[in-house]
Ligand binder design. Structure first.
Ligand code: SAH
Length: 587
């Protein structure tokens, strides 16, 4: 009769954290082989099996003994703490088997039973420190040359991995953890949160949360796992949390920047992402991707400027991560000396809105980070009615964009300035000093007015300005453009915007729901003529409010209008579908 090898990870050490299959496997075995402490830990599961206890360093003889007994026809349980495949017995048993020419078809049966490894059990006691890309490094140089271990620590530090250090220190091996700390400090802030867990889910469990700088002041031994956060890991209520991602760019919108899934997948929300060359979907102008820029650069070989722009986008991968997923921002309260990027973004918002801090009561998202750069992105225009930039304004924008920033002109007559910075407030202050008008971009309300024939047809300018004050920059389900033109010529194309307003003979005409792209593009429907000036701002505001309240996330205004059929009393009419005949030529 053939024997069987059951290679079992029994988890951190408590009965509740052993899997059902691991328990069954121990019960069904004839022989249990393991390190003394481990046999003691699972003694409650033993039902008269033969026990082969060995000392810590006799792993090879343990594996050989297990194979021998299995070959003699026994069911042999080889036990490891945590997972047997993580610095455990699984690999060693296979090595012994391979040495003997074992194959699955001809040799003894082998079953590897997974268990909860220390990285997981210890992480659970610390909060959620792993969460993002992480690695385990054993500091034991008993079987691995120290140079290799040091290289791995170096690489993990440089690549911003969360690091779980196994076998961090023993009675004799005390220098390794000191070296590991030194290497990681080259890449991470001394304030980086560190969790030290000793004997997780065992009787003498100890959990300490400290920092990279101070970690050596605490007890670290062979029963300890040390988890070092990445640059975005933060502390909250004595828990160590690593966010799921890194900070997006700053925006100037007043909400909490709760990135919905569809928003997260936008290029401007992920400035570090690799450009997707295959992408086919048409993009709104200010969603232009690096992918679109790069071919452009290639086409215009002589255009050094464009090439530089493409190169800059690529280097945005270097933008250092910041405090991460801001959805949790409002909930997080920790004390930190340095302002987070979220905090800076809120400051920038206050500057742009000219409002006071007490209106914005989001608690800053604090993280023990270095000051880190993010892309600060803002729409810049010379004014609501004024469409002329002065040379000084152009020079200021160029200066602020510098070598690594970007200035983009969009089909919507917008100039977008993108600057990697940790100081958005300085940028907004300078732009405003030069008389420029700033507005957030993204899913916000945007007012686009004409130039009122260089200010000659200026009767309606005050209404445009009031609408701008009240609505521009407000968060919306999707970007919402309001076109405002000062005469019936509508040469700035108000009727081609989501909401079109045209001033004519002292009153306003209103157009709703244009669809500007696609083969079935159409202008906005004329829904009202001759709106009294006093009623205009309030009417448009009601429509916008209704859309903000009732629009689905990501639903464009024309789709919303079509779905709800009437908005604030203005009826939607179906756009007639034109049937186009096949081309007459050809056959
Ligand atoms: N196979 C095990 C690892 C064995 S190496 C696993 O997957 O977890 C031994 C190291 O594991 C220890 O030095 C310690 O760093 C870690 N370790 C194992 N069990 C632990 C526990 N209960 N608490 C803390 N660390 C533990």
């Amino acid at each position: 009769m053939k024997g069987k090898l059951l290679i079992i990870g029994f988890g951190p050490g408590s009965f509740e954290h052993i899997t059902k299959r691991a328990k069954e496997a121990i019960e069904e075995s004839d022989v249990v082989i393991g390190y003394n402490t481990y046999v003691d830990l699972i003694s409650g599961l033993l039902t008269g099996q033969q026990i082969v206890r060995t000392g810590m360093t006799e792993e090879v003889s343990r594996a050989q003994e297990a194979v021998r007994q299995a070959e003699a026809g026994k069911k042999v349980a080889v036990i490891s703490s945590g997972d047997a495949g993580v610095y455990g017995m699984a690999g060693l048993v296979y090595e012994v088997l391979i040495e003997k020419g074992w194959t699955e078809a001809t040799g003894v049966e082998v079953e590897v039973i997974p268990g909860i490894s220390a990285i997981n059990s210890c992480a659970s006691l610390l909060g959620a420190p792993v969460m993002h890309d992480a690695c385990t490094i054993s500091l034991s140089d008993h079987l691995t040359p120290w140079e290799i271990i040091a290289k791995r620590i170096e690489a993990a530090g440089a690549a911003d991995f969360v690091v779980a250090l196994y076998n961090p220190r023993s009675g004799r091996r005390t220098r390794q953890i000191v070296e590991a700390q030194r290497i990681l400090l080259k890449y991470r802030s001394p304030d980086t949160p560190v969790g030290i867990v000793k004997s997780a889910y065992r009787d003498r469990e100890q959990v300490v949360i400290t920092t990279l700088e101070q970690m050596l002041d605490h007890d670290i031994g062979m029963l300890t796992t040390v988890i070092i956060g990445n640059s975005a890991t933060f502390l909250y209520d004595e828990k160590m949390i690593t966010p799921r991602g890194y900070q997006r760019k700053y925006t100037l919108t007043a909400d909490e920047q709760a990135l919905k899934p569809h928003q997260r997948l936008k290029p401007e929300a992920e400035p570090w992402a690799l450009p997707q060359f295959e992408e086919e979907a048409p993009r709104a102008a200010n969603n232009r991707t690096a992918a679109e820029l790069r071919p452009a650069a290639a086409d215009f070989q002589t255009s050094a400027g464009l090439q530089a722009a493409a190169a800059d986008i690529q280097t945005s991968a270097e933008i250092r991560p910041a405090a991460s997923d801001t959805r949790s921002a409002a909930a997080v309260r920790t004390a930190a000396a340095k302002p987070s990027s979220y905090e800076l973004a809120m400051e920038a918002l206050l500057l742009v809105q000219g409002s006071r801090g007490d209106e914005v009561n989001h608690t800053p998202f604090a993280s023990p980070l270095f000051q880190q750069q993010s892309i600060f992105e803002v729409a810049v225009s010379p004014g609501v009615a004024n469409k002329r930039f002065t040379p000084a304004q152009m020079m200021l924008m160029a200066e602020l964009a510098g070598e690594s920033g970007e200035i983009e002109y969009t089909p919507h007559h917008q100039i977008i300035l993108r600057v990697p910075t940790t100081e958005p407030k300085q940028i907004t202050a300078k732009l405003q000093e030069e008389g420029l008008l700033l507005a957030p971009i993204g899913d916000v309300v945007q007012l686009k007015a004409c130039d009122f024939c260089n200010g000659e047809k200026d009767d309606s300018i005050p209404y445009a300005e009031e609408l701008y004050q009240r609505l521009n920059g407000r968060s919306a389900p999707k970007e919402l453009r309001i076109g405002f033109n000062g005469c019936g010529m509508t040469c700035y194309g108000a009727v081609k915007e989501d909401i079109g307003i045209v001033y004519r003979r002292g009153k306003f005409d209103l157009f709703l729901g244009a669809k500007t792209v696609g083969r079935n593009a159409h202008s906005g429907q004329p829904v009202a003529e001759g709106i009294e000036p006093e009623a205009l701002v309030e009417t448009v505001e009601r429509i916008v409010n209704r859309y903000i309240t009732d629009g689905f996330p990501n639903e464009r205004f024309h789709k919303y209008f079509k779905r709800v059929k009437q908005v604030e009393g203005f009826e939607h009419r179906e756009v007639p579908v034109l049937v186009i005949d096949n081309a007459v030529c050809g056959d």
